[in-house]
Write a protein that binds this ligand. Structure first.
Ligand code: ADP
Length: 176
C-alpha cells in the first residue's frame, strides 16, 4: 500500500485539480450557500441535474452520508456530495455524523479507485460546528479510514477557506 499524503492548504474548493472535490451539501441535494453554492455556480447545471436524478431515486441524502456525481465545468473529475450535521451543542451525535461524512466520502473515492480528493471544512460554515472540534474529527476519521483500508489515494487535501481553519489543520497534521 502506498502512503497517502495529508495536507492543508488555504484556498477555494472549486479550483482544486483533483479526482474528486467534496461538497458540503445538504440533505435535499438541491444546492445551497457556501461551498455548495460555489460548486454549483462554478460547475454549472450538469451537477444539479445529476443530483436531481439521485434525489428521484433515493430521496436526497441522509446526514452523514455521501453521493457522487460528475463535476461539470470544475477542474475536478467528480464531486462527492457529503451531508454534514448541523451543530446543536454536541450531544446529538454530531461527532459521529461528521466522522461518517469523511468516512463515506473516502469509501466512495476508494471504490472508484480515485487518487486524489479535496475536502472543505464540512459543517463549519452555516451549520455552526466549532472549527477546532471539526478539524479533529476530520483528521482522525481520515487517518482511521486509511489505517483500515487499502486505497489508491495518493493525496488528501483539506482546503481551508479561512486562516483559523488553516492553522488548526496545520497544527493537527504536523503533530507527530
Ligand atoms: P456547512 O453548511 O456544512 O457548514 P458551508 O458551505 O456553509 O457548509 O461552510 C463550510 C466551510 O467551507 C466553512 O468553513 C466556509 O468558510 C468554507 N467555504 C465557503 N466557501 C468555500 C469555498 N469556495 N471553498 C472552500 N471552502 C469554502
Amino acid at each position: 500500500m502506498s502512503k497517502t499524503e495529508l495536507r492543508a492548504i488555504k484556498g477555494d474548493i472549486t479550483k482544486q485539480e483533483v479526482d474528486a472535490v467534496v461538497n458540503a451539501a445538504n440533505t435535499s441535494l438541491l444546492g445551497g450557500g457556501g461551498v455548495d453554492g460555489a460548486i454549483h455556480r462554478t460547475g454549472g447545471p450538469a451537477i444539479l441535474e445529476e443530483c436531481k436524478q439521485i434525489r428521484a431515486k433515493q430521496g436526497g441524502c441522509p446526514t452523514g452520508e455521501a453521493v457522487i456525481t460528475t463535476a461539470g465545468n470544475l477542474p475536478a473529475k467528480y464531486v462527492i456530495h457529503a451531508v454534514g450535521p448541523v451543530w446543536h451543542g454536541g450531544k446529538q451525535n454530531e461527532q459521529e455524523l461528521l466522522a461518517s461524512c469523511y468516512r463515506n466520502s473516502l469509501r466512495i473515492a476508494s471504490e472508484k479507485q480515485l487518487r486524489s480528493i479535496a475536502f472543505p471544512n464540512i459543517s463549519t460554515g452555516v451549520y455552526g460546528y466549532p472549527k477546532g472540534k471539526a478539524a479533529e474529527v476530520a483528521v482522525s476519521a481520515t487517518k482511521d479510514f486509511l489505517q483500515h483500508h487499502d486505497t489508491n489515494l495518493q493525496s488528501i487535501t483539506f482546503v481551508c477557506f479561512d486562516e483559523e481553519n488553516y492553522e488548526l489543520y496545520n497544527q493537527l497534521l504536523n503533530k507527530v
